[in-house]
Design a protein around this ligand. Structure first.
Ligand code: ATP
Ligand code: MG
Length: 411
């Protein structure tokens, strides 16, 4: 048996001229994600109809709920353009509701003006027939339990009463590109997800300090990238592992403790800024959330931000931790993020990090070591991986450091 799913695009419809390319991108992303299934695609009137196999409904529904740019979708009945067939379909809809008393409303949309009965009239006729046949039904036009929608289109009529919400946003990649600062924590994966949902294709950068930090902390990031890849175009996410140990140690040895985190962040940003300039990548995304830790006071953010004029997108800036955790759980990054391994910013955490740093001092401290040399080496030794949801990579079994693991095992 086949079933039909109607997909609605939501936000994309606001985009005027870009609309066609947005829709083409979304459709190709849907097709990519649903490759394993037998589906017949029918594209009409800014709507997409998927003719799917009955047995695949559950899994396809799950997939569709994770594709940015889909506003909502419904399981629909497709019937001939004649009243009796439409009525039989409305009966089928009503039967899905087990309630002993049910209020309903019928809403008809007639884009096919050749269909001889006007929308209001058709709604009224069908409602009258339903009321006559089922005594447990009554009409409520303001707040019905069941909103029965009928769309009269050129070839067929479509009937549905349930809308499954999608992610909304824009198809990933249609708004542009961004570089995500990805740690192994709870926040930055959520920030990356929200940026992708809003149409930004991301590449992730992780600054890793193995063997000062454990290889397991780098594994966390690989595992998080696998989860995030699900939302990326072609389900592939580039992950750059940037060796941070040398500069990390230099900072700890040369710079007053309250400024350790500030300078580490500024170095990460200096690195990213240069890369973004070379590759014309307009924006940087972080998981910063105002006030969460010392490095995220407004003053700290100002000093860290002073490295770049590029917009830094902080999707979590004003979210509470509990709201961030709720999203992390929903996208399945939470359980990975709470695995107990330190990353570069949580190991050797300064006892009293500055909550009120100054650009003047940051610049002065940065003159105490040759960071330009460090940044060059970091760039040369960066390892880039193309991660997909099925990437099979077990760093701890391969080596002590990321570099050893990925360049042929322990020395
Ligand atoms: P997260 O949970 O994302 O680690 P956090 O609340 O622990 O965030 P911080 O450790 O202060 O916050 O980091 C702030 C942001 O800086 C992170 O969200 C991330 O975008 C970036 N960041 C921190 N450490 C790293 C790292 N090692 N590599 C890449 N980005 C990092
Ligand atoms: Mg962190």
């Amino acid at each position: 048996m086949t079933k039909i799913i109607l997909i609605r695009y939501g936000d994309i419809t606001l985009k005027g001229k870009n609309k066609k390319s947005f829709i083409d991108t979304l459709v190709s992303q849907i097709k990519h994600r649903l490759t394993p299934y037998t589906i017949n695609y029918d594209h009409a009137h800014n709507r997409l109809y998927l003719h799917i196999q009955d047995k695949d409904i559950e899994i396809i529904t799950k997939e569709l709920q994770a594709i940015p740019g889909i506003d909502s979708f419904s399981l629909v009945q497709q019937v001939e353009l004649e009243v009796e067939s439409i009525y039989q379909a409305t009966r089928q809809e009503i039967k899905q509701y087990q309630d002993s008393s049910l209020t309903f409303k019928i809403k008809t949309k007639r884009t096919n003006k050749h269909f001889p009965i006007r929308s209001m009239e058709l709604s009224r006729t069908l409602a009258g027939k339903l009321l006559k046949e089922y005594t447990h039904l009554s009409v409520d036009v303001h707040n019905p339990d069941c909103l029965l929608e009928i769309e009269i289109r050129s070839k067929y009529a479509y009937i549905f009463s349930k809308k499954i919400p999608g992610l909304g946003g824009f198809p990933t990649g249609t708004i542009g590109k961004g570089y995500l600062l990805l740690s192994g924590g709870i926040d930055s994966p959520v920030a990356g997800f929200l940026a992708m949902k809003q149409g930004i294709a991301i590449e992730a950068f992780h600054f890793e300090s193995t063997p000062m930090t454990s290889i397991e902390s780098a594994q966390k990031v690989v595992d998080i990238a696998k989860v995030l890849a699900r939302f990326a175009p072609k389900s592939t996410l580039k992950l750059h592992l940037v060796p941070f140990k040398a500069i990390h140690e230099t900072i700890i040895q040369n710079i007053p403790e309250p400024y350790h985190i500030t300078i580490m962040r500024r170095m990460m940003l200096r690195f990213i800024e240069e890369k973004a300039e070379q590759t014309h990548t307009p924006t940087i995304i972080t998981g910063e959330s105002i006030g969460q830790v010392a490095s995220q006071t407004l003053e700290s953010m100002k000093v860290i931000n002073a490295i770049t004029n590029r917009p830094i997108i902080r999707p979590l800036a004003t979210l509470d931790k509990k709201d961030i955790i709720a999203i992390a759980r929903k996208i399945n990054t939470y359980d990975i993020a709470i695995r107990p391994f330190e990353d570069c910013c949580s190991i050797y955490l300064p006892k009293q990090p500055s909550t009120n740093p100054r650009v003047f001092y940051a610049l002065r401290y940065e003159r105490l070591f040759n960071y330009k040399e460090h940044l060059k080496t970091m760039e040369k030794d960066t390892i880039t991986l193309s991660i997909t949801p099925t990437t099979n990579l077990d760093l701890p079994s391969l080596g002590f450091t990321v570099s050893e693991a990925l360049k042929g095992g322990k020395p």
